[in-house]
Design a protein around this ligand. Structure first.
Ligand code: PLP
Length: 389
């Protein structure tokens, strides 16, 4: 905590631009938000029931520091069943979401001055985690013409003696890109050759469209990978704060120390509900229903955006985000987002919130109802029709 305040005082922790925009929007009437990065669905009923039952069954006590045994076993089974990946219980730590898993991985593995390669654009917390760990973030650009994929040649050029970690996040927030298998293998090889950790943050793994597939990085570099995952997006459980990391057992041991003594364990009945989520067919049926709904919304938004002037968009194959190029409007990402809020009362996130390479883009989240999405598309189209007279 002390470290956090020191970092804040030094201006290391920037106020999130996303939050700023949300705050302004919250003071306005009749606003539609396409800025939200969380599912608008309810947690599957069987998972909620399991939590209630767990309370009645006495799951009100302290839990083992690395997580309850049964949940760790369910996570092991899950990786075998879905991806044919073999891990053991002592490779798993249960955390308060992917946020905590990432934070403790950075703190555990990085020392002052270590370099960590972070994509640009990327989910906002990686750079902040790096700063808290006193490591140096080195940004690797993700480019639209390259489908927002990490370029292994560029990665190789950025590797120095101090490089300790690379962050990989597919399906990607904010671009919606999914991981290319060849690229995954190339990143794995570089990590193995240069003794670099891969922090692979994979909370959107089940939201895939068209023919897209997900490849957990741990499949390609099991000794180097810290896989981070979460129940938040998959089962619409953001408020439950349940996630986990999988890594070599010595790393997990070190992560457990920080987790147990600094942060504290995840609530016991929440962990029991996590077992139900992973093991029951009912919850997986609910996941597939959510995925189908996202797929319909994605199509709806893409069809509309493609017809709009000044907007250029590629079809992202994963997560629930679209990252259109708005540079033909001759506004910067921030100008465009502010203009859209004033003009159309629609919230989108400027691409630059995710790194300077996000300039020229906005992030649209379709984790909101079709009705609202249609209304938002009408409004954006109306606003754009007035650009340049
Ligand atoms: N990683 C990515 C890429 C995310 O988009 C998010 C949430 O938006 C998180 C991690 C945090 O997830 P959790 O709720 O599991 O902490």
């Amino acid at each position: 905590k002390k470290k956090y305040f020191i970092a804040a005082r030094m201006g290391l922790i920037q106020r999130s631009k996303i939050r700023e925009l949300f705050e302004r929007a919250s003071k306005m009437e009749n606003v539609i938000s396409l800025g939200i990065g969380e599912p608008d669905f309810d947690t599957p009923a069987n998972v909620k029931e399991a939590a209630k039952r767990a309370l009645d069954e006495g799951w009100t006590h302290y839990t083992p520091n690395a997580g309850i045994q049964e949940l760790r076993e369910a996570i092991v089974e899950y990786y075998k069943k879905f991806y044919d990946v073999d891990v053991e219980v002592d490779n798993v730590i249960v955390t308060a979401g992917a946020y905590e898993a990432t934070y403790i991985a950075f703190e555990t593995l990085l020392e002052q001055g270590d370099e960590v390669i972070i994509p640009d654009p990327a989910f906002v917390s990686y750079v902040e985690d790096a700063k808290l760990a006193e490591a140096k973030p080195i940004r690797i650009p993700l480019r639209e013409e390259n489908d927002f994929m990490i370029d292994p040649d560029e990665l190789l050029e950025l590797v120095t003696k101090r490089t300790r970690m690379i962050v990989v996040n597919y399906p990607n927030n904010p671009t919606g890109a999914v991981l290319d298998k060849k690229v995954a293998k190339a990143i794995a090889e570089i990590a193995q050759d240069y003794n670099i950790y891969i922090l692979s943050d994979e909370p959107y793994e089940h939201f895939l469209y068209d023919d897209a597939k997900h490849y957990p990085m741990i499949k390609f570099a099991p000794e180097n990978t810290i896989l981070v995952n979460s129940f938040s997006k998959t089962f619409a459980m953001t408020g439950w704060r349940l996630g986990f990391a999988i890594a070599p057992s010595q790393i997990i041991k070190d992560m457990v120390k920080l987790h147990a003594y600094v942060i504290g364990n995840v609530t016991s009945f929440v962990q029991v509900a996590g077992v139900e989520a992973l093991r029951s067919e009912e919850s997986w049926k609910a996941v597939e229903e959510m995925r189908r709904e996202y797929a319909e919304r994605r199509k709806l938004v893409l069809d509309r955006l493609k017809k709009m002037p000044y907007i250029n968009v590629r079809e992202p194959k994963g997560a629930f985000y679209i990252f259109p190029n708005i540079s033909e409007t001759e506004m910067s990402s921030e100008e465009f987002s502010e203009w859209l809020l004033e003009k159309a009362r629609v919230v989108v996130i400027p691409g630059t919130a995710f790194g300077k390479n996000g300039e020229g883009y906005i992030r649209i989240s379709y984790a909101t109802s079709k009705e609202k999405l249609i209304e938002a598309m009408d409004r954006i189209e109306g606003a754009l029709s007035e650009v340049k007279g």
